[in-house]
Structures are given as C-alpha cells and as structure tokens.
Design a protein around this ligand. Sequence first.
Ligand SMILES: NC(=O)c1ccc[n+]([C@@H]2O[C@H](COP(=O)([O-])OP(=O)(O)OC[C@H]3O[C@@H](n4cnc5c(N)ncnc54)[C@H](OP(=O)(O)O)[C@@H]3O)[C@@H](O)[C@H]2O)c1
Length: 282
Amino acid sequence: VTNSSLQEICCCMGQPVAGNPHQYMMEKAIEAAGLDWRYLTLEVAPENLADAVRGVRAMGFRGAHVSVPHKSAVIAHLDDVSRAARLIGEANCVTRQDDRLIGENTVGKGLLHCLRTLCEPAKKRVLMVGAGGAARAVAVELALAGAGPFDVLNRSQQRGNALVELLERELHVSARLVSWDSPPATEAPPDLIVNATSIGAGDADARGPIDASWLRSDQTVADVTYNPPKTRLLRDAAARGSTTLDGLGILVRHAAMAFQMWTHVEADMAAMRDALEEFLGL
Ligand SMILES: NC(=O)c1ccc[n+]([C@@H]2O[C@H](COP(=O)([O-])OP(=O)(O)OC[C@H]3O[C@@H](n4cnc5c(N)ncnc54)[C@H](OP(=O)(O)O)[C@@H]3O)[C@@H](O)[C@H]2O)c1
C-alpha cells in the first residue's frame, strides 16, 4: 500500500508466460524488503519483442526477466550484455543502468552460488547433461570459475558439439562429447554432474541418461529442474550418498541476484523459496 502514484516497475516477458513463477516470488521479495515496487508478467509475441523492449526503455522499467522464446533475440535490442551472456548467446535478465539496458545471464551464476556453499568448483571434473540454453549458461559459468575438464552428454550431437566447441575455443577448457547411448568413461569419474535438460520437468519419474549405478557418494549432483524439484536423478543421487542441489534453490538464487541488481537491496531468499513452493503447490 502506498501514498505515491509512481512506483518502480519490473517485469517478466515471454510467450507463453502464464504460470511463470517469477511474479509471485518477486512480489514476496518486494514485500519483504518494504519496497514500493511492482512486478508484471507480460505476454510478448516474438514479432513484438522490439517494441516491448522499447516500451521497457520508454517507461523506465528498472529490470526485466526474459523468458522463452526471447532469451537470444533480446540481445540485439539491448545496449550491452555481459561477457557470459554473450558467450551463452542468451540473456534472461535485463537491468536498466541510467538510460542503458544491460543484459545478463543469471542462470549459471545461480547454480555457481549454490555450488560454492558446498565446494570450490575450480578443477572439478564436470559431466554436463544437456546442451541447450540452461546447459550453456551453467557450463560457461563453471568454466569461468575454473572447472573442467567437461564431458558433455546431449541427445542431439549437433548441439552437444556446439557446447564442446564453445568450451574449448572460447573458454580454453578441455571438453568432449560423450555418447548418449553408452555410459561416460569411468576411468575418471566426474566430481560434479549437472542435469540441464528438460527431461524431469513435470515428471518426477522421468529417466535421463544417468544410470543410478554411476553415482557416487563423493560427487555433487545438480538438477536445474525446479518442478518437481525432487527429480529421479536427485533421488537416485541422494540414495547413493551424493550431495544434491535442486533447481528450486538455483532458481531462487538467480532471481535473488536479479532482485539485488535492480533494487540494490538484498533479497529475502527464504521468503522467495516459500513463495515459490507455495506457487508450485509443493
Ligand atoms: N532452475 C532454474 O533456475 C532454471 C533456469 C533455466 C532453465 N531451467 C530448466 O532447464 C530446462 C532446460 O531449459 P533450456 O532453456 O536449456 O531449454 P532448451 O534450450 O530447449 O534445451 C533443452 C535441453 O534438454 C534436452 N532435451 C529436451 N527434451 C529431451 C528428451 N526428451 N530427451 C533428452 N534430452 C532432452 C535438449 O536436447 P536436444 O539438444 O537434443 O534437443 C537440450 O539439451 C527446462 O526444464 C527449464 O525449465 C531451470
């Protein structure tokens, strides 16, 4: 409740965007911080993206989350993007700095923050499952943090090879594509396994390419899937004694980063996690 008629505005743009959990979570963070801000969820068709970004600029929005299908296309409409976002080829978060709109990719940074509460990523052997936007985001941040070598496991070889090339050519870290149909080499088991595919989304029993028998108690296993957060992979990993990181925690962490970039106020991540669980009915 406010006496002022002029609030600061942030938004999430996507299509289809109904059901996106950001607004509910960000509004709880705004409330917890006692800010007079608003967060809108906006359905934007691809052909209207340029106008929508002009609108964000013209109306002085403080920040925007960019969702599917705009994460790549939005880059052309921004004044600048971070090195990571450029390497990943996607920006999921836009921040207004004076009159400029700056793109960032916070997805991999969110995972990295969560991971750093458990271990130091430098020199960790990584098995990256997936080669889409989320996988690129995570792989780039892990490589920038000194992790590697990487094994990349992806259904389509083409995207898998593109991620291997990105890691080797741009980040100068050793990477190879591993066959989807045969187990990763066991001579040097990975320290960190990340599922960044959409395999577990909406299906707690969906089985990915990682066989439970490959999982070990000295590994960390992360899954970017946030609904349901207890994926088959993470349940298998917990049963084998591995340390696990779920997609809910990753989502809260990177949304909190956006909140802090936009408001310069620390986000109440417990309130955000409660809101997210409530929104998703967990
Ligand atoms: N927790 C978070 O904060 C967070 C953030 C971002 C994304 N996510 C989640 O991450 C997931 C991936 O998102 P994205 O943006 O990376 O999507 P994307 O760019 O479309 O990539 C999808 C990835 O999943 C693979 N895949 C999809 N269906 C598959 C199947 N049935 N079998 C094997 N592989 C399959 C794709 O392989 P191909 O290359 O062979 O198609 C690709 O590697 C989504 O579930 C999304 O909700 C979570």
